[in-house]
Design a protein around this ligand. Sequence first.
Ligand code: ATP
Ligand code: ZN
Length: 216
Amino acid sequence: GGGNGPVLKIAIQKSGRLFDDSIKLLKDCGIDIKTGVNKLKADADNFPMEVFFLRDDDIPQYVQDKVADIGIVGENVLYEKDLPLTIVQKLGFSKCRLSVAVPKGEQYTGAPSLEGKVIATSYPVLVKKFLDKNNVDAQIHEISGSVEIAPGIGLSHAIVDLVSSGSTLFMNGLVETEVILKSEAALVRNEELSPEKLEILEKFLFRINAVRKAKN
Ligand code: ATP
Ligand code: ZN
């Protein structure tokens, strides 16, 4: 913000599990932005940065399309989108795992236990890769939310979903049986940034590292 020089455009989640820590990271880096309800974007007051507030699922594509130069997104979403984006820095928050879970009492001895089964998930790309890697043939049933209720209503035999504490699984009579991916928030960038934007990114990264060192 401020003058007419180049600004680095960063995409962050507009609300949800990544939002608070993304805002906190900017703040800890000394970057002041005004957040507000229904705001689509905001200029930083004291750093050449413009912030876009988006759904997390849209962030990789926006960075790929250069609508934003960089973005903060969970590795789970990044890898599901399968775009040629580089992780510049893992950020250490919004940690979770993408795991297979089955109803309590069901036998699971590894991926082959899923042969011929129906798996409900919001991550069809990552599940397909996991199945292919293990030479397992199973049916993927894509649903966008409340995946954990699928076995209980007879929609699937198993699920692959994000887990942090495991309490949601427990409440739905499910047991986590295998971790497919460990995930945390990551800073991603477009491959082709101008030298001016790269210089701003370097400054931002320098501050991120200073903040993270101060915490350890
Ligand atoms: P949006 O409205 O932006 O699409 P969303 O509902 O898809 O939001 P959130 O639930 O806010 O997404 O989660 C955002 C990210 O936070 C996830 O993609 C994941 O990287 C991370 N995360 C951390 N812990 C969890 C958890 N227990 N369940 C789901 N996501 C988690
Ligand atoms: Zn989302």
